[in-house]
Ligand binder design. Sequence first.
Ligand SMILES: Nc1ncnc2c1ncn2[C@@H]1O[C@H](COP(=O)(O)OP(=O)(O)OP(=O)(O)O)[C@@H](O)[C@H]1O
Length: 612
Amino acid sequence: MQQTIKQGHNGPQSEPGRKPKPQYQSAFNILGAYTRPHRLTFAMVMVCTVIAIACELFQPYLVKIVIDDNLMVGKNDFGSLLIICAVYFGLTIAELLFSYLQNNLLQFAGQSIVAKIRKQLFRHITKLSMSYFDKMPSGSLITHISSDTEVVNQFLGQVLLTLLRDGLTLIFILVLMFQLDTTLGAYCLILLPVIACISIAFRSFIRNTYQMARTRLSALVAFVAENLSGMNLIQAFQQQRSQGKLFEEKNDAYFKANVREIRSMVMFNRTFDLLSNLTIAFVTWIGGKAVLGETLEFGVLYAFITYIRQFFQPINAITQQWNTLQSATVAMNRIWGVLDHKPDIVDPAQPLAIDRDKVEGRVDFNRITFGYGNGSAPIFQGLDLHIGPGEMIGVVGTTGAGKSSLMSLLCRFYDVQEGNVQIDRKDIRDLPQAELHRIVGLVQQEPFLFSGSIIDNVRMFDESISREAVIEACRLVGADVLVQRMQDGYDTKLSERGSGLSAGERQLLSFARIIVFRPRILILDEATANLDSQTEQLIQEALRVVSEGRTTIVIAHRLSTIMQADRILVLRHGAIVEEGTHEELLLEKGYYEELYRHSQGEAHKEQEKQLI
Ligand SMILES: Nc1ncnc2c1ncn2[C@@H]1O[C@H](COP(=O)(O)OP(=O)(O)OP(=O)(O)O)[C@@H](O)[C@H]1O
């Protein structure tokens, strides 16, 4: 479905800070594409709505018949009176039934559409390239999946129903009024411009108060989220009181905006009530005179007054749904803005076949040029690096030298602008991404754990990996001791991001994960930075086992992790400035030797501290 809708150049934007404008046409086009498969359901909703409205509006007409044809003419025809009462009752039941059907059908179609949008959105986001996430704050994406889809849900469940039911009710009432009495009908028509003026005046006022309340709520939520994630800092720096004060300010602002919004809504509703009562008084005066002058039947006047009451209710309802209509338009365009974004990194039309079990693990960076493309200078310019199968490479360098970026290129999180990256002499852009990510395994400094059991976290919810394989991997990296201490062992449920574990413990589990997946090329990006020396020794041992027969690239600030590497590269400003074994580099007396001397000094200081 995605391909069927075209977005204009000034299409939806979701950048923060820009006040989104409703673009009705594109929003309705998008929604139209989603509703098309539910055509039949919507047609049935329409039929049910028409029947329900007809049943409702025919009731005052029946009372008019009773008054004019029976009561006023003094007929003692109890039989026809009973029939009319039975029809009235039947209409009430039919109205109930068809309203129920209409509601259920519409809700079902609406919920199915929103569930589909949510699913598509989540799937699409997981396929987007890293460059997209660099630009898009995750908070915005969460809003798209939760709040924006919820607003669309409200639109389909409430707004659409109101527009359909109340819009049709209005038309039917006008027809009935004119059918009953043209003069009184014409008088009521004069009211329409007055109603329109009041609605327009209030609409913009209500919209502003609504927007203000939503903006202040977002600010409040963002503030709470920020405080929750930085709670340790707030407590460490004793910022509870000042943060509490800031929260109070935001809370107070939201409270005021809410009160303002409610006040304007009440004001609007009461104005409408007033107008409705004034109209009834006016019609009673005009109609009453006509009844007394015997130019109008009493039943007609009764029906008229009932219809006037029913006339204001739909106008009120439609005006009240106006805000949701606008929010839904903005939300739909924003959702489409995400769905319309094509990933930068895509699989080739005809990917090269590769047998991952037969991969030797040769890696070549061939004269690559790469920059993040946001106007900044390229990080690598014509960099050449060749790594043999099974080689263990250590990478050191200054902060910002490009170590992690180089590894991101090997994982194809980004594509190079010039040159190419090859695995076993095959350009990684020609390989299917799913295969590439099974060939190249990455362990980062901040390992990520999902909510779920330890078993599932290690095997990444891949049920084809046996429980035994997971336990074996944990034993290999020494994580079994940690797991055994836990209440439910390997079935212990980890909380969000594994927050119940220390950084070192989380790292051990991510090591077990990499062992389970057995990638042919292994990248450790500062993976041992958070470990104490005892755990690091465990990891060193695990690393020795796991790197056997595998190409391993270890980025490290701690030189102890890479001293045994076959080759160490020193990266500076995106270029390899030194290269060799630990001993060779020490003899060179360059940056590496300086780094080594420094680390030795740190180690001595550490030892002295421990002695004191
Ligand atoms: N996603 C990104 N978008 C834009 N620029 C980036 C991005 N990631 C890194 N950079 C920039 O690219 C350069 C290299 O960063 P990189 O993270 O590769 O360095 P590094 O050698 O791994 O540093 P460190 O040792 O501090 O982790 C830096 O100037 C950094 O600011």
